[in-house]
Design a binder for this molecule. Structure first.
Ligand SMILES: [Zn+2]
Ligand SMILES: [Zn+2]
Length: 183
């Protein structure tokens, strides 16, 4: 560097630049140099603040469960349970309707058997064959009431799962490579 007093201050462009900042290479007069150092000092405080905040975060035990990855799992859980509840409600409604319909149909059949029994008693006109037939009809009706043969609840073996499974995946990484912020 030649005679510094010949060089103008980069900042105020009035005074002579008597010193050079080693960081930004600005040539500065005494006053601007002091201002510049003060600015750097403020920025340094910002770095320290960031550092202290991070330190605090690192020293806080993981007990609040507020991390967004944990929230992601909670959201998945809630969405999946909502889906299950909605479908279960829908299927319950359908089954109740079908059970009612089935009961109405069985009641019609039951009424016919009742009439035959009444007539048989009134006329005292029945033999073993009739008794067996009525008993079988009644048992069939009872079975049909407990275990309807024309509808059922079955699991859908669909190819793509209705609820997506989640898992935790860890990427392999070399801590030596990210040391000192060099990547
Ligand atoms: Zn200056
Ligand atoms: Zn500088």
């Amino acid at each position: 560097m030649a005679n510094a007093s010949n060089v103008q201050c980069t900042k105020c462009t009035k005074n002579a630049g008597i010193t050079t900042c080693d960081g930004c290479l600005a040539k500065l007069c005494r006053r601007c140099f002091n201002d510049h150092r003060q600015d750097l000092s403020k920025e340094f405080d910002n770095v320290v603040y960031e550092h202290d905040m991070l330190k605090q975060e690192l020293e806080t035990p993981n007990k609040n469960y507020s991390h967004h990855l944990l929230k992601q799992i909670d959201d998945w859980k809630k969405d999946s349970i909502d889906k299950i509840n909605q479908l279960a409600d829908l299927c319950r409604t359908d089954v109740v309707k079908l059970l009612d319909k089935n009961k109405n149909q069985l009641t019609d059949r039951f009424r016919k058997i009742s009439n035959k029994l009444r007539k048989g008693r009134d006329d005292e006109d029945y033999v073993e064959r009739d008794l067996n037939k009525w008993m079988t009809d009644l048992k069939d009706l009872k079975d049909e009431l407990i275990k309807p043969s024309n509808f059922r609840v079955e699991e859908d073996n669909q190819r793509s799962p209705w609820i997506q499974k989640i898992r935790v995946h860890e990427d392999f990484y070399d801590p030596a490579k990210v040391e000192d912020g060099k990547s």
